[in-house]
Design a protein around this ligand. Structure first.
Ligand code: GLA
Length: 729
């Protein structure tokens, strides 16, 4: 059992293979956080907590005249607003009298075999190995109106601890949640760097590492989605932590809406990290007898640097978050029509693209935006999920049949949440859009959004989506969303509950995705939001792959996929080879290089294959054969960031190594080219040091490849790409 309770029943120690987490019910019933980090002796780590008379830091009433006991300075497991702790809090509740101050006291615990689940929310699940345990600690507010159940899922082998919170109103009055953070981690000491993943549309998840200064550093979203701008995942590392040395902590939220992740370095050089729903657009009324569940957070610790931390998340998300048959089945190599033809196609054009693609070895043809309603541009038609047979020149069934006759499967694009004002749906149901009566709505990409917090709206859309899916053989669905939320107002909620719309919207998206997954268990669903605007662990529970970015330029993709790799496995990163010069940047990149970058993701193409030269066709055939050959190594091997793509090295390189160290594949792209330039060597990782490997026809001992490295050739052209397969002999 990974949950250890000491005899006094006040000290809870959670252990995974390499990490440990501890809490203790302190004096006056307050639950203190006493340890998170490297696995060590089971010991009462509260010995580290010091008590001193702290000026201007309040003392709980129960402490009577003990001025050395202040929650403002103590490490807490679930700090509340108004308890005398003036740091960021995990919980703020509006009581019926309008006040907010709240204190929680320990009430009890429960330990269960297996992993808890969360109603309507994504959660890490236990696989057949049945190695998860659950601890639920219950706290009660001192006014005795509600309980707080803190959920801990301990996955020993995965080296993760999951957390969630449930607030249960057992009073006879309504309570209003104003802020509920899923997880808090207090560090008594430490000098940390804060790693976040910021971006914008067509430049998502750029890795940023900054020293933590006094004050609060935070990332978050109030856009209704997890957003292109910041990702609901961050890392706190020690100053000298590198890819393969040093301590670091990861906090990742399984949530696709507004979030806030923060790190506060305080007056006593302590650090508090919080992660949960962003309180800005959030108020939730809990009626008597009702409960509210927070989204889940996944915590991990590595004492072997960032690379090991990433491997923990990669494994957990690949194996215990993604679901369905596509979790372990090889995903089809696809051709998506978007960048090839945009809105300009008919059925014959699509079939001719598919014919060309099938000759190259592509396995799935995806018809992107433009096949429904009045949709020849993005200004109209969204919401009208009726096949435009006039445009196609035939039925969807015909298109699908002709594509299947080529031996390919067929996929289709939807934006179920979207709505143009110029659509039949909007004309019939203007009140179904998210908009505030009397206020002109904010438009984005000429569109509004449907009120997905409403069940009737979702049911209507689901029915129409299913009608299309049932009208032809369709094996893949791309679920897109092309704007951020605004005008948060739902006609279905009373005025005191409008603060629930943003969260109810996310729950609505999850609800519909769950229904789609249940109804079409064999369908591969790919998430998308203008590229990677909703690339988060919440969506991965429903869609095992997500289109990483609308930026398909291979060189830009190096930093997007590099940043994404800190918290997410390559099996989730939608990545395609697109045409040259690139649509977004105008850059010329060799097809070979575009191939190795896309191969380090789910792999596919996004161009008109009819426009390719014969030479390019041969290259594509080879790429497809290579991807199939190395699929298992790439998807299930350990991914190593060998360099950063910041352009300071002549070759930017990354590697996949089999988990048993028997083989590896090295990819590199030249980011600098200098005539008569210096040499370049690449130290490999994940091999067995006492075995012999063959690399580029030469035999090397594993330790040599890892310690002194493999010499890389001089790049022939800018953005040259290389691939070297290394096998044990
Ligand atoms: C978004 C997606 C693209 C494409 C277009 C279609 O931008 O990210 O891949 O599907 O929408 O409108």
């Amino acid at each position: 059992m990974a949950i250890i309770l000491d005899k006094t029943k006040t000290l809870f120690t959670l252990q995974t293979d390499h990490s440990m987490y501890q809490m203790k019910t302190g004096r006056y019933g307050v639950l203190l956080h006493t340890y998170f980090g490297k696995k060590g002796s089971i010991f009462d780590y509260s010995y580290l907590v010091t008590y001193a008379d702290r000026g201007f830091s309040g003392n709980p009433y129960d402490a009577e005249n003990d001025r050395t006991y202040s929650l403002d300075a103590l490490p807490q497991e679930y700090p509340t607003y108004g308890s005398g702790d003036y740091r960021g809090c995990a919980l703020k509740v509006r009581y019926p009298d309008g006040s907010f101050s709240c204190e929680l006291k320990y009430k009890g615990y429960e330990i269960k075999k297996g992993k808890y689940t969360l109603p309507g929310l994504p959660a890490i699940y236990e696989t057949e190995d049945k190695t998860a345990d659950t601890l639920i600690i219950t706290l009660e507010d001192t006014r005795r109106l509600f309980c707080v159940h803190l959920y801990y899922g301990v996955f020993e082998k995965l080296d993760i601890i999951t957390r969630a919170v449930c607030i249960e109103n057992h009073s006879d009055v309504s309570l209003y949640l104003e802020n509920i953070q899923t997880a808090c981690i207090d560090f008594l000491y430490g000098n940390f760097d804060f790693h976040t993943f910021y971006g914008r549309h067509v430049k998502e998840r750029t890795h940023q590492r900054t020293p933590l200064a006094h004050g609060i550093q935070s990332v978050g979203s109030t856009r209704g989605t997890s957003s292109h701008q910041y990702n609901p995942f961050f890392i706190l590392s020690e100053k000298d932590t590198s890819e393969d040395t040093g301590g670091c902590y990861g906090m990742s939220l399984l949530y696709s809406g507004d979030f806030l992740g923060s790190a506060e370095h305080d007056q006593y050089e302590q650090t508090r990290c919080l992660l949960g729903i962003h309180p800005e657009n959030f108020t939730w009324c809990i009626k008597p007898g009702d409960s509210f569940y927070s989204p889940e957070a996944v915590l991990a610790y590595s004492d072997e640097g960032l690379e090991r931390l990433s491997h923990i998340y990669h494994r957990a998300y690949r194996e215990n978050l993604c679901r369905g048959i596509w979790k372990n089945k090889r995903r089809p190599i696809l051709l998506n029509s978007w960048e090839g033809v945009y809105f300009d196609f008919d059925g014959d054009k699509l079939v001719s693209m598919a014919e060309e693609a099938s000759r190259l070895g592509v396995e799935l043809f995806v018809m992107d935006d433009g096949w429904f309603g009045k949709r020849d541009l993005d200004v109209s038609g969204l919401g009208d999920w009726i096949v435009n047979e006039k445009k196609l020149g035939c039925s969807l069934h015909d298109v699908s049949d002709r594509i299947h006759a080529l031996g390919m499967s067929f996929g289709i694009w939807f934006e179920p949440e979207g709505l143009n004002e110029d659509s039949e749906l909007y004309r019939a149901h203007p009140d179904w859009a998210l908009r505030i009566p009397g206020k002109p709505p904010v438009r984005a990409r000429y569109q509004l959004l449907l009120d997905f917090s409403r069940e009737d709206v979702r049911e209507y859309i689901l029915r129409h989506v299913c009608q299309v899916l049932d009208s032809a053989k369709i094996e893949y669905l791309k679920w897109d969303l092309n704007r951020s939320l605004s005008d948060l107002y739902s006609a279905s909620l009373p005025s005191d509950r409008q603060g629930e719309v943003a969260h109810r919207y996310v729950l609505g998206v999850y609800d519909m995705l769950e229904k789609l997954n249940n109804r079409y268990p064999d369908m591969l669903i790919e998430g998308c939001s203008g590229g990677g605007g909703r690339f988060d662990a919440g969506m991965l529970y429903y869609t095992p792959q997500i289109w990483c970015s609308d930026d398909t330029d291979a060189i830009e993709r190096l930093s997007i996929q590099y940043g994404t790799s800190f918290g997410y496995p390559v099996s989730t990163m939608g990545s395609h080879v697109s045409k040259c010069p690139n649509e977004q940047t105008g850059r010329m990149t060799p097809l070979y290089t575009r191939g190795i970058v896309a191969m380090s993701g789910t792999f596919g193409y996004e161009l008109d294959p009819g426009e390719m030269t014969d030479e390019d066709r041969e290259t594509v055939k080879n790429q497809i054969a290579e991807f199939k050959q190395y699929y298992n190594l790439i998807q299930y091997g350990d991914y190593y960031r060998l360099t950063s793509p910041d352009g300071t090295k002549s070759w930017h390189s990354w590697e996949f190594a089999a988990q048993d160290g028997s083989e590896a594949i090295l990819f590199a792209v030249s980011l600098q080219i200098h005539p008569n330039g210096p040499g370049c060597w690449c130290r490999l990782k994940g091999l067995k040091k006492d075995r012999i490997y063959l690399a580029d026809g030469i035999e090397y001992p594993g330790d040599v490849l890892m310690n002194t490295g493999l010499p890389l050739p001089a790049a022939k052209t800018e953005y040259d790409g290389i691939r070297i397969h290394i096998t044990e002999i």
